[in-house]
Ligand binder design. Structure first.
Ligand SMILES: Cc1cc2nc3c(=O)[nH]c(=O)nc-3n(C[C@H](O)[C@H](O)[C@H](O)COP(=O)(O)OP(=O)(O)OC[C@H]3O[C@@H](n4cnc5c(N)ncnc54)[C@H](O)[C@@H]3O)c2cc1C
Length: 349
């Protein structure tokens, strides 16, 4: 499965099927139910760590195609099948001047992957533009459409991600957007726009700025850049209480932190990792950290999923020991079966 992932690690699937439409999904579901086998969906493989010895079961590679934008006055509904690359959708919407996803430009992955962890970057989250998620509900054996309020969206979270039974297979997503001004809330984006001399940016300007920043950080997939052989950020930024933040500041001084609307504080996982002694460019055997971003674990030739997990565990343990803050791994671990290290990486506390 390694070629189907951006980390380029992972063993052989016992069973593998490519799903081009809902009927293929339904057949795969029925076959697994009859055989008593688990089914795991793989999109573009940009947020998974696939085990070296994949546990038994069927891997369903979601490849459904189809993309359509219907616009009326200042609004549009974009309907995309799960196998369409997310960047195709962003680029088409931005080109037409629709606002709401310009900061999500350059995020690798498929449309089907967008609601799973509620993708987000530079002040935007996909939850804010999702109109409908068309799923195959495995518990009922039929298609079910979910509105955003039924998706349980949170920070890099959704009901699709938190439900480990794999109940819903995303077959397509509809997004609702309006013509309008771009979101510019991140200092990085501000600075990049200033560098190129733009004071009243359009959505296209912001998309370009975001892509430039992501390129500098190795956060776009690029076969020429070994820093992008990753899942992007390996850990999500920890969100702590104000009291916890005050404790940390008393011990370690001022640290990067962003106040959240609910009163909690989001810390920088990248800062915690670097302060724990894992600097960008760190190497151990065939794995290491990106030279451009300490949050990205990267693989070299010969790396195994086990090497990736070992390094992630080392980082999490060190951050926990030093700061008493627990990092949660962002990618999904596929095919590991019961595994203590993987359980540890999934835990927040
Ligand atoms: C360089 C780089 C930068 C990144 N930057 C960001 C970023 O800025 N923000 C961000 O949020 N993410 C980022 N990511 C992570 C990743 O791109 C997103 O999470 C993406 O949405 C994953 O989509 P995918 O199709 O690759 O999913 P996969 O990696 O194939 O799968 C991820 C999970 O989603 C499930 N899944 C996928 N498709 C479906 C489906 N159709 N139905 C049901 N379940 C499904 C899988 O079973 C798995 O559990 C980055 C990754 C890389 C490599």
């Amino acid at each position: 499965l390694a070629p189907y992932t951006t980390l380029k690690v992972g063993g052989e699937a016992r069973w593998f099927v490519r799903a081009n439409n809902v009927d293929d999904v339904a057949s795969a579901h029925r076959w697994c139910a009859a055989q008593g086998l688990p089914l795991t969906v793989l999109g573009a493989g940009s947020n998974v760590v696939v085990a070296d010895d994949v546990a038994d079961g069927l891997i369903l590679h979601m490849a459904a195609q189809g993309f359509h934008i219907a616009d009326k006055e200042d609004q549009c509904i974009a309907e995309a099948a799960a196998g369409i690359p997310w960047t195709t959708v962003v680029d088409a919407l931005v080109q037409r001047g629709f606002a709401g996803v310009e900061c999500l430009a350059g995020i690798p992955g498929s449309v089907g992957g967008t609601p799973i962890q509620n993708i987000g970057a530079y002040g935007q989250e996909i939850a804010n533009v999702i109109e409908r998620v068309v799923t195959f509900d495995r518990s009922k054996g039929r298609v079910a459409e979910l509105g955003p309020e039924e998706c349980g969206f949170g920070y890099r979270m959704s009901r699709f991600r938190s439900d480990r039974t794999g109940r819903f297979i995303v077959c397509g997503v509809s997004y609702r957007l309006r013509l309008g001004l771009p979101t510019v809330t991140y200092p990085d984006v501000d600075r990049e726009l200033e560098t190129v001399g733009i004071s009243s940016p359009t959505v296209a300007d912001v998309r370009r700025a975001v892509l430039a920043i992501r390129k500098q950080k190795g956060m776009v997939t690029n076969p020429e850049d070994p820093n992008t052989r990753s899942v992007g950020s390996f850990f999500v930024n920890p969100v702590v209480t104000g009291r916890e933040h005050a404790r940390l500041q008393a011990l370690f001084g001022i640290m990067p932190a962003t106040a959240q609307p609910n009163g909690y504080i989001k810390l920088s996982a990248a800062w915690l990792i670097e302060r724990s002694g894992f600097e960008r460019g760190f190497r151990t055997g065939s794995v290491g950290l990106s030279t451009k971003h300490p949050l990205a674990i990267v693989t070299l030739d010969g790396a195994t999923a086990c090497d990736v997990v070992d390094l992630a565990v080392r980082i999490k343990r060190r951050v926990s020991k030093l700061f008493d803050v627990s990092l949660r791994a962002e990618p999904i671990f596929v095919g590991f079966g019961p595994n203590e290290d993987v359980e540890y990486l999934r835990q927040t506390y």
